[in-house]
Design a protein around this ligand. Sequence first.
Ligand SMILES: [Ca+2]
Ligand SMILES: [Ca+2]
Length: 196
Amino acid sequence: MKTKIEWFVIGFAASWMVWSVVAYVRFRPRNHTQTWSKLDQELAPEWLKQAQGRRFGAFEMYTPANSSDAAAMLLPPKPNPYPQIMITDENQDGQADSVLVCDSQLHHISVQDKDGDGIFDSHSYSTGLSGDSLTYIDNDMDGVADSRMSLSNGVAVRVGSVWYDFEHEEGKPYVVIDGDPKPVEKIDGVFRLVGE
Ligand SMILES: [Ca+2]
Ligand SMILES: [Ca+2]
């Protein structure tokens, strides 16, 4: 005949085993992009194809199966899973490198901490992902975008209040201002006209 304490221990152990199985099935690493649109699948980072998913308050949260990778994705539940928040850890050292927030039109804003000191080094915002969309990047965090990118026109640099698209000669960028070619170089992460 078992005592009450023995029955309690048996019940506790059985509950723990059931909970462990349920948690494993629910949170096991798997491909969370299978039901996504083709475009979303193409844009999804590779780690999402083998990731853990769980509820995080009102959000769904996905994290890499590799726990030393600080990447994460948070999104509200369907039918309107936007805005989405994406944290990246490109070198998988457990230190987040950037945080990006994206809406349903694929407008997005992003901040980067490239050297991992906990201080943002640059930020950007983008008008979408189509050919004529523009991404403005502030590479020195002075509050003013200093380069601009688009799929159709490539990189542009701001001189004063005017944007000039890059041309290239022998791989080196230059811009044409008032008919004159002006070479461009990157100094401390910011594109500038050479000599200015
Ligand atoms: Ca930094
Ligand atoms: Ca700037």
